[in-house]
Design a binder for this molecule. Structure first.
Ligand code: PBG
Length: 327
């Protein structure tokens, strides 16, 4: 049957040059943000078994790895601190000599403005019970008491030199309180990346090992229900933007790409997605079994998250991916 099919989409897939010409989704190293862990008192970096290839850094190895990440061209670094001792209220978080604040100073001294230095603004790494806030007498997380603690964390992190703070605790009003605290303390230039849409996800599992969190219970009373509706997600981002968020995040990424797309369509600020520890562990486990091609799968996941509408991606593969993209 000559002349049929008349429509041949394969024409545009025929050669690498043709595919490159029509490609609409690009991943650049500058789109990638590397989460990094630093542990107080460590002399040597220590592997995290459920995140092969990721380590808890010592202060020294963190500086070196941050410089390497800059060299690879990553867009940013997100720092998480693991203190030697924890208490009920997470007091090490606001202590200028607390590990996270010390690490922010170290990294900023090392890399300056060559990349964007971000810090996780939450209490879970610092509390003995592992919750993202301070507890009320009945054991629930006390929203408003936690807000006061976040204001102190914010000022400590800004004083340490962080360029961007990432409030990740899912307390109501956290962005407004943190923004006001920063402005009043003389840090109007410090930006906020709001973890606006964050699900109570089982994909955070390996992260708990990474930060040695002994979480009692779960986070379902403050993180969102995976079965919750999209309007709830859009309301969270709208509130955060109204309260002063400069950028908003959806987390996790791959299982929530529908949410990324709808958030990106609804807002006029940059949208980030966090490819979380469980997403990384899942692929690494399959790679270790010889079941997946690591480099191809990594780039495919990042491309998909960008295609869904994220401008930035937090990913434990940031440096590896940046190198692959430049190769
Ligand atoms: C909270 C925080 C968590 C993650 C990032 N920030 C843990 C949680 O909310 O339970 C998880 C990141 C990951 O799984 O890679 N400080």
């Amino acid at each position: 049957m000559a002349g049929f099919p008349t429509v041949r989409p394969r024409r545009l897939r025929r050669t690498p040059a043709m595919r490159r010409l029509v490609a609409e989704t690009h991943v650049e190293p500058s789109n990638l943000i590397l989460p990094m862990f630093v542990k107080e008192g460590l002399a040597e970096p220590r592997p995290i078994s459920s995140l092969p290839g990721v380590v808890q850094h010592s202060r020294e190895s963190l500086r070196k790895a941050a410089a390497e990440a800059v060299h690879a061209g990553v867009g940013g670094i997100m720092l998480f601190g693991i203190p030697e001792t924890r208490d009920e209220t997470g007091s090490a978080g606001a202590d200028p000599d607390g590990i996270l604040n010390v690490a922010i100073r170290d990294v900023v001294a090392e890399v300056g403005d060559a990349t964007v230095v971000m810090s996780d603004l939450c209490l879970d790494e610092f509390t003995s019970h592992g919750h993202c806030g301070v507890l009320a007498p009945d054991g629930t997380v006390d929203n408003d008491a936690t807000l006061a603690a976040y204001a102190e964390l914010a000022i400590a992190q800004a004083a340490a030199g962080a360029h961007v703070l990432g409030p990740s605790g899912m307390m109501d009003g956290q962005i407004g309180v943190v923004r006001r605290a920063l402005d009043e303390a003389g840090y109007p230039e410090v930006a906020l990346l709001a973890y606006a849409v964050k699900y109570a996800s089982a994909f955070f599992g390996p992260f708990r090992e990474a930060v040695e969190s002994a979480l009692v219970g779960d986070r379902k009373a403050y993180q969102q229900d995976p079965a919750g509706n999209i309007r709830e997600a859009l309301r969270e981002v709208a509130l955060d933007i109204e309260e002063g968020a400069d950028m908003v995040m959806v987390k996790p990424a791959l299982p929530y790409l529908d949410v990324v797309t709808k958030v990106a369509a609804a807002v006029d600020v940059p949208v980030a997605a966090y490819q979380v520890s469980g997403e990384y562990a899942m692929v690494e486990a399959a790679v270790a079994n010889g079941w997946l091609d690591r480099d191809k799968v990594v780039l495919e996941t990042l491309t998909s998250i960008r295609r869904a509408g994220a401008s930035m991606i937090l990913t434990y593969w940031a440096v590896d991916a940046a190198r692959l993209l430049r190769a």
